[in-house]
Design a protein around this ligand. Sequence first.
Ligand SMILES: *Cc1c(COP(=O)(O)O)cnc(C)c1O
Length: 382
Amino acid sequence: MSEAKLATVAVHAGEDPRVAGAVVTPVFQSAMFETGSDVAYHDIQYIRLNNTPSHRAVAEKVAALEGAEAALVAGSGMAAISASLLAFLSAGDHLLVQRCLYGGTHGLVQEELTALGVEHTSFDGGAPGSWQALLRPRTRVIYVEAMTNPLLEVADLRAVAAFARAHGLVAIVDATFATPVNLRPLAIGFDLSVHSCTKYMNGHSDIVAGSVAGSALLVDRVRKRLNHLGGSLDPHGCFLLQRGLKTLPLRMAQHNASALALAERLAQNPAIARLHYPGLPSHPDHARARELFRGFGGMLSFELHGGVAAAERFMARVKIPLVAPSLGGVESLVTRPATTSHAGLPREERERIGVSDALVRVSVGIEDPADLIADFEQALAG
Ligand SMILES: *Cc1c(COP(=O)(O)O)cnc(C)c1O
């Protein structure tokens, strides 16, 4: 799908029929909806069942953006991820997960799924030859992320989809860091694409939400699980997500361009010891990223020569970005993963996976890139 097409889809998909002629899909702030006398349970419209007009409208927009037959929205990224995994795994089953998962997903797999009798093995996303040996008779699902956090490593996503197809596994990708603008997971063979819509999909740092897209058959299985678990998105959240999605292609074009421009400048800065951005030829997965993604996204991370003290000084001096966790909004954010997303891991484990205490992660917003570059350079100087 061309850029122009996706931008058009983002604005117009899921907006018909226009209620009372309203140009903008309204907030349907009603817990339940009238039924006839003989309606089936799953046809009842109720907010927890994620099927009110507010849900349907935004799910239709997500499906159109993903090029999917169907989609659903959920009350958080974790609601979408937990319902997706639980839809295909039960006691005695086995799951393959990429190393270095998002912390919440890691916890879900490690604690909740294990408690339910679901076993897992982690795999190196860059070494497809090592996966076969990890299969078990009851391996059901293979799960990866479009890019890892915070080193932005890119798994061999095409190989993951092909491996799933060859062994009858459900292939799920968390495409939060890429968005449908930069990556088309279903087109490369994934069964389900899940997002934390809290991040780029909504893009304005004002809601927590999730989505799942894929075939109608699989999305229905996830929806059933989600409805039992109760992770619904409220109507106002649906409305805000619907609004945010209209500018997703525009915002991503700016995130992609600004992060690349900033990364290219930082690569020349003598204060920087190590820089991670998949759009730079120096990134170990650059070739794969170029082949898979239409843009390299808005996330980058770096270490300074002065270690933790220099990182702290930089974060105190930089003026435009806020020091805050999370990512994917219009405003730039900086954080030290050792104190936020990866604080739960012991230091040795963090060092082993390459997340040093001095690592700074940046979510590059849509401010003027020249302003951002100047601000980073002044904060790094001296
Ligand atoms: C934030 C995030 C999640 C969890 O999403 P919530 O909306 O916070 O529940 C999952 N995966 C990735 C990659 C994330 O960045």
